[in-house]
Design a protein around this ligand. Sequence first.
Ligand SMILES: Nc1ncnc2c1ncn2[C@@H]1O[C@H](COP(=O)(O)OP(=O)(O)O)[C@@H](O)[C@H]1O
Ligand SMILES: [Mg+2]
Length: 390
Amino acid sequence: MAAAVVDESRHVSGRARGGGQIADVRIEGVTKEFGPVTAVDQMTLEIASGEFYSLLGPSGCGKTTTLRMIAGFEQPTAGEIFLAGSPVAGVPPYKRNVNTVFQHYALFPHMDVAQNVGYGLRQRGSPKAEEARRVGEALDLVRLSGYGTRRTWELSGGQQQRVALARALVNHPTVLLLDEPLGALDLKLRKEMQLELKALQREVGITFVYVTHDQEEALTMSDVIVVMNHGRIQQLGGPTELYERPVNLFVSNFIGVSNPMPGRVMEIGPDHSAVVETDRGLRLRGTITDPAVRPGIGTSVTVATRPERLTVLPGEAREPAAPGEVDVPGRIHQGTYLGDQTEYRVTTDLAGELIVRRQNAAGVGTGEGVGPGDPVVVRWHEEANLILVG
Ligand SMILES: Nc1ncnc2c1ncn2[C@@H]1O[C@H](COP(=O)(O)OP(=O)(O)O)[C@@H](O)[C@H]1O
Ligand SMILES: [Mg+2]
């Protein structure tokens, strides 16, 4: 199907494309096979200097393998990786100006905090005075000044993770690679560390490539998110772009929640708009989100809407819909109070089950006073219709 053609050159963020500066990391048509498994499949990606990148995708989609190839622990089966513009095939990890923080960071139990942090510098034969100065700076950065003589096993999980971070930052790498570094921490601590890591990245200005399977984490921290599935880049963009304009069904389901309605293209309009007839018989006008695809009449697509773009109106007697609005009658199946929001699940004939989210603000909102079993109308503006091809 011609509609699924993907333009690989768009996997370059605005700054990398515009500035004429050399990317910190360039991955050029890289494939990595482990026997019959293709872990990374023809990946092309440029990582611009000083930005926070996340590789986001489900378990097994090739995130760690990508990171290990950048670090030099794995060699690509095909394609090439460039660091600061130079090809690095055959360059061993310790000669690359990148460092890695793993989820299961191994601190040396027989060394104190400062000795752990200075380990890499000693390996490189740095003078004692320089080691002490750099270790001090690195511990400052991760807010552990004064902890130098502590034993690592006396520290909390969060503090140990910061020691691992300081150890990776101590020799000023150009790029820091982080592989699910907060995975072992509990939720509250993880949230704190997310904000700290983001602040730290801003402060040191080092390029971060952060691997996570947690979409919320990626949205919180990243300048650029690279969404991966089955070893392939699905979409690259800022958090808002990915949420507002997911280019396919995978991205729209992986980032946030959406209401998918399968159908076929009936008309193609201007500015990448189209009219879709859904399998259940709704005619919906919307925007084709992927600028790189041009579906023909009859192409199978999915129309997706975000739950917060939908409203629930009680009963049947009500104002008629304004031009461009869509009304779908249904019945409340479930209402869940979520603190800041209320989520309604509405059973409809025309659109299947629709998830609607209402912000709980004093005295306003839709769906006031409706509960399970009540007849309602779900209304939204066609601007909310995202047409996803593939
Ligand atoms: N050393 C290896 N030997 C064989 N298969 C591997 C190896 N490393 C990774 N894989 C496979 O490659 C795929 C991608 O793995 P990985 O990069 O670890 O994914 P992720 O980090 O996104 O969870 C998986 O199917 C995994 O089983
Ligand atoms: Mg992994």
